[in-house]
Design a protein around this ligand. Structure first.
Ligand SMILES: [Fe+2]
Length: 276
């Protein structure tokens, strides 16, 4: 896989005039709301997960319950916003220093633009600038028309855990086209550290070292099999590719998504192939 963002290679680490310097992680993909999807079943499980997110060094979490697909009709916008309000209240009452904002992980669907206009599905941080899209796991579909339609509404797409989607990993040329058409790739922290197996780990590192992935998130569902691994991922990226890149993909770009600012491109910090 080659880096097609070569024009940006030299100006990311030090020279961007508006670079932010947030100290804490922001997590743009997390299933922390209780009893909505395959995340925590109860408020008490939710609080346990939130405490672990705080221990990971995370300050703000975009709650991204599944929307559409197998959760069709279950997690519409009003319900998610209310669940976020209740969880934030519970976090304050239990002295857990974590801020939750609304979002969704939206299964790709030809009705997405229409449902956004009707306020039935959510953009990330409810900001109207980014949407987190989940592709079908076992089949490949070209979502170029959807990306274009979203872009015409001023919305940029973030593809969730691209490394877990085997058909997508094999479709470099199509993926390149998507990235040129305003899409971004999010990879999952636990994939980078190997929790999801060597194949997924290898794909995650390739997306990162190629400069294609610009965001790392936890996609945490619980404190066991699908726990948040942001700190470990940050340390691994720092060790292999440098702290500048780790900061960009784990801290700065997620913060930019939460704040509705432009995602910065990833420079090719290290040309060497990473075996993962
Ligand atoms: Fe997810």
């Amino acid at each position: 896989m080659t880096n097609f963002l070569n024009g940006d290679v030299n100006n990311v680490r030090n020279d961007h005039p508006k670079r932010l310097r947030p100290e804490k992680f922001n997590d743009i993909h997390c299933h922390c709301l209780p009893a909505l999807d395959d995340g925590p079943a109860t408020m008490s499980e939710s609080l346990v997960l939130c405490r672990m997110l705080v221990a990971e060094g995370i300050a703000t979490v975009v709650a991204t319950p599944h929307q559409l697909g197998r959760f069709e009709g279950r997690n519409e916008t009003a319900k998610v916003r209310e669940a976020v309000r209740i969880l934030n209240k519970s976090l304050r009452n239990n002295n857990v220093p974590l801020n939750i904002v609304p979002g969704g992980e939206v299964r790709v669907d030809e009705r997405i633009c229409e449902l956004l206009k009707a306020d039935k599905i959510l953009t990330l941080a409810d900001g109207g600038k980014y949407i987190l899209l989940e592709l079908p796991h076992q089949i490949f579909i070209d979502i170029e028309p959807l990306l274009t339609e979203l872009a015409s509404m001023g919305i940029q797409s973030i593809i969730s855990h691209a490394e877990k989607n085997a058909p997508l990993v094999a479709q470099h040329q199509v993926l390149r086209k998507w990235l040129e058409n305003s899409a971004h790739l999010q990879i999952t922290a636990s994939s980078l550290v190997g929790d999801l197996g060597p194949k997924v780990q290898r794909a995650a590192w390739k997306f990162l070292t190629s400069g294609w992935a610009t965001l790392v998130a936890t996609d945490a569902h619980d404190i066991n099999a699908r726990k948040p691994r942001m700190r470990a991922a940050f340390d691994r990226i720092s060790a292999r590719l440098g702290k500048g890149l780790a900061h960009l993909v784990c801290i700065e770009n997620p913060s930019r998504v939460v704040n509705g600012q432009d995602i910065l491109p990833v420079a090719l910090y290290n040309q060497q192939e990473v075996d993962g």
